[in-house]
Design a protein around this ligand. Structure first.
Ligand SMILES: Cc1ncc(COP(=O)(O)O)c(C=O)c1O
Length: 466
């Protein structure tokens, strides 16, 4: 059984709380995984059987793969993305900038690929900072630390339109002034090679249905961000892992969009002011099948300019072992041209996540908003992804609420402090002490409402104890 937290401040009487909790079953609104019932096992069983009984497929699947990934999958991802990210208004621009296999690499998922991008395109001395929209996907921090950027992560706040460009611009300029005064003018550890360039800055964000805030950055903000990235030689790494999971926020709405609600940053870089300023570009899209098929597939894709995609495929580990997840790539590939994945998203995932979202929102309306909780992304017309971010009433903190929820109610939630940019010692550092994250994707649908009700009970007790 999960242990109740033992911190001195966590509760007035641990024994009482543990006893209360022991009478309940656990409810997990923390874990950011798909519910097991949403994994497309039957489709995967058929894919695997087809692959493993077809020598022409399994011989490729079981050997080292090409550096850039399994060819048929790259082709099929290109046409699938092309139809989802097509934008009628922008079709002219899209025609000039079609999504082709040459712009894509198959990856081992967004996390693995983030590490590869840093290996090829950054130098831990010359690349000044990693700018992260805060609150951030917390597990990315360690990937940046592993790449040598410990102490150089910087949080940038977001508002309802997305990243605060003024704060970012000031930070970028200060970092440039500092680099000039220190004579930081060329890479030290990762010299540029014919297949790579070294960027001065990295900007990391999840602009659509962010983890944890669920916010969607506006087109205007995306364009401003690309302009800044071009001016300061920054690479935008955009985790676009939730884009396909979208639905109207209005539970009664019937018009479900089957194209993306806003262009990706890589698309904006593709058209803005005539296209990328050089052959490398300033934005890449980090896509993943983790939330669409299952995280254990370890398959994703990266998109950038052709030159960028080729450079990424030349990461030492891909040169040596071939693109990651070669066998899984052949399984995933069976699902795309047949339309099986597209149908799974449209007919299974979106209705299920939409129902889960509506359920948890109705519980929030009933049990949390009356206590003074706030929903910062509450007015977005389109919702999506896995998470809901809540600001707490003034006298509560996320850490204590999460501890008490576990101890009293056997309820797991994410305290806001987990999503701060780690080691950011700048003046913009935000700790998110008065926020929490709830995940509606993992727990059984039947207990989502009760989970929020339990949270309301514990919050009410904490508010009256004061
Ligand atoms: C924003 C974001 N990026 C990346 C990941 C991990 O993706 P993958 O499983 O493809 O490594 C997650 C998973 O929660 C995420 O929320």
């Amino acid at each position: 059984m999960s242990q109740a937290p033992s911190g001195a401040n966590s509760c007035t009487s641990n024994d009482t709380h543990i006893n209360q909790a022991q009478t309940k079953y656990p409810i997990d609104l923390f874990r950011g995984w798909p519910n097991p019932a949403l994994l497309p096992v039957d489709a995967l069983a058929k894919s695997a059987a087809t692959v493993l009984s077809s020598p022409s497929i399994y011989e490729s699947g079981l050997q080292y793969g090409p550096d850039e990934g399994y060819g048929p999958l790259r082709e099929h991802i290109a046409s699938w993305l092309g139809s989802f990210y097509r934008d009628e208004l922008e079709s002219e621009k899209r025609r000039r900038n079609p999504i082709t296999a040459e712009r894509l690499c198959v990856t081992g998922g967004a996390s693995q690929n983030l590490a590869c991008v840093l290996q090829v395109f950054t130098d831990s001395a010359y690349t000044r900072n990693i700018w992260m929209v805060a609150p951030t996907y917390y597990l990315a921090c360690r990937i940046f630390h592993d790449a040598g950027f410990m102490g150089r992560l910087r949080g940038v706040p977001e508002d309802e339109e997305g990243i605060d460009l003024d704060v970012l611009e000031r930070g970028l300029q200060e970092a440039e002034d500092k680099a000039a005064s220190e004579g930081n003018t060329k890479p030290v550890y990762t010299l540029p090679r014919p297949w790579s360039k070294i960027y001065k800055h990295v900007i990391y964000l999840t602009p659509t249905f962010a983890n944890p805030s669920m916010k969607v950055a506006s087109l205007r903000r995306r364009e401003g961000l690309v302009q800044l990235a071009r001016r300061f030689d920054a690479l935008i790494i955009s985790d676009d892992v939730y884009d396909f999971l979208q639905w109207p926020s209005d539970p009664n709405a019937t018009d479900i969009k089957d194209t993306a609600c806003v262009p990706r940053l890589v698309d904006v870089d593709g058209y803005l002011d005539g296209g990328p300023i050089d052959e490398w570009g300033n934005a890449m899209s980090n896509g993943s099948f983790s939330k669409l098929i299952g995280p254990g597939m370890r398959v994703g894709w990266a998109e950038g300019t052709e030159k960028f995609a080729y450079g990424l495929s030349q990461a030492g580990s891909s040169r040596s072992g071939g693109a990651p997840s070669q066998l899984s790539s052949t399984f995933v590939d069976q699902l795309l041209p047949s339309g099986i994945l597209q149908r799974h998203i449209k007919q299974e995932l979106i209705p299920a996540y939409r129902a889960r979202y509506n359920r948890i929102i109705s519980a929030i309306n009933d049990h949390l908003l009356p206590l003074g909780f706030k929903l910062p992304a509450g007015n977005q017309p389109i919702s999506g992804g896995y998470f809901i971010w809540l600001d707490l009433p003034l006298s509560l903190t996320g850490d204590l609420l999460a501890q008490r929820a576990l101890a009293d109610e056997m309820l797991m939630i994410g305290s806001g402090t987990m999503f701060q940019v780690q080691d950011d010692c700048s003046e913009n550092h935000q700790r998110f002490e008065r926020s929490i994250r709830l995940c509606f994707a993992y727990e059984r649908f039947e207990v989502l409402y009760e989970g929020v009700e339990r949270l309301g009970n514990v919050a009410r007790r904490m508010l009256t104890e004061r």
